[in-house]
Write a protein that binds this ligand. Structure first.
Ligand code: TRP
Length: 330
């Protein structure tokens, strides 16, 4: 069975776009692949989170992934900082990662531009840590978005370089996992192209019903079409895009017909949309609350994940140390 690995940013709550675009696929993948899912808390340190926020954001992500359906018995679900072998491999890989190539990475250049007051070495070697995350479990496939393709390419490069340097065929080169051609892009509620955390236009899995209703009722609309069969403006199309995912085909058709005949009432459409989003998220929302209040369960899950991940990671690390030439004197 092939191994799939995915790193999850430990910043922010999951929104509907994350869920439909990625998490739902992870949940399905668990049954066809040997899956490793981990929360990349070391990576989050590049932006210097407050100590009290660090733990809470990791906890929140853990709760939400479990609530969304990641099964900790089937998959290996763990927290990066619980697996010290990753940092050791990171150190070793750093010896073969060159300043020039790291400086040329797009994500580094972007970050350096965004936070010129904090261009730290962790930011520079971010792709090395990511490579360590991936190759420590000899992952075959990594589901990545466009923004992470270059980092994955670098992971392949570091794996290949290690093999060449020591004349071994040890590490595999991880490939991008393709979810299929129809990658769902969930638009925001403000008429913008994409639901995102920084855009503040999202519906969160942890939002309760009243909040979801309020957010959807506030979504950008206008006074409606004047001419029959007219082209929809982007922000109306976006509402239909969400509706096509959460509502029944009949419902979508009903409102499309109303639009075409200029009889649409956006208040009704939004009410319907809100109810259908609520219906879809209700079981997850309920689970979030249950899991969130069960610290004992969370601690059990994290411990089990750490143990499973370390079993695989320590085996790799031992072999890597052997290849590099470390020998014990004692
Ligand atoms: N860099 C990834 C992101 O920002 C998170 C990540 C860290 C990751 N390590 C990884 C993703 C390893 C895949 C594999 O989304």
């Amino acid at each position: 069975m092939e191994t799939v690995l995915s790193g999850i940013r430990s910043t922010g709550n999951l929104h509907l776009g994350n869920y439909l675009g990625a998490v739902q696929n992870f949940v399905k993948m668990q049954y066809d692949y040997n899956c490793y899912f981990f929360i990349a808390d070391y990576h989050s340190l590049t932006t210097h989170p407050k100590p009290e926020d660090l733990h809470n954001s990791v906890r929140q992500v853990l709760v939400e992934y479990l609530a969304a359906g990641i099964d900790p018995e089937k998959s290996t679900l763990y927290i990066q900082s619980d697996v010290p072998e990753i940092t050791e491999l990171y150190l070793l890989l750093n010896m073969n990662a060159y300043l020039g190539e790291l400086e040329r990475t797009t994500s580094f250049k972007d970050k350096a531009r965004q936070q010129p007051e904090n261009v730290n070495a962790g930011l520079l070697t971010y792709p090395v840590l990511m490579a360590a995350d991936i190759i420590i479990h000899k992952a075959d496939k990594v589901p990545v978005g466009k923004d992470q393709e270059q980092n994955l390419e670098m992971a392949r490069k570091f794996a290949r370089r290690f093999n060449n340097m020591y004349s071994v065929e040890y590490f595999k080169e991880p490939q991008a996992f393709n979810f299929g051609k129809e990658l769902i892009k969930i638009p925001g509620l403000d008429g913008s192209g994409k639901m995102g955390k920084s855009e503040g236009n999202g519906i969160y899995l942890a939002d309760d019903e009243a909040v979801i209703r309020k957010k959807i009722m506030r979504a950008l609309t206008d006074s409606g079409p004047i001419k029959p069969n007219s082209e929809m403006p982007e922000y109306i199309k976006n509402l239909f895009t969400i509706m096509e995912i959460v509502s029944t085909p009949d419902t979508v058709q009903f409102f499309k017909d109303k639009y075409a005949s200029c009889e649409i009432r956006y208040g009704d459409l939004k009410k319907q949309l809100a109810e259908d989003v609520i219906k879809m998220l209700a079981p997850i929302n309920k689970k979030i609350k249950e899991i969130d209040s069960d610290s004992q369960y969370l601690s059990k899950v994290a411990k089990m994940g750490a143990e499973k991940a370390r079993e695989s990671a320590s085996k790799t690390l031992q072999e890597v140390r052997e290849i590099i030439g470390f020998r014990k004197f004692w």
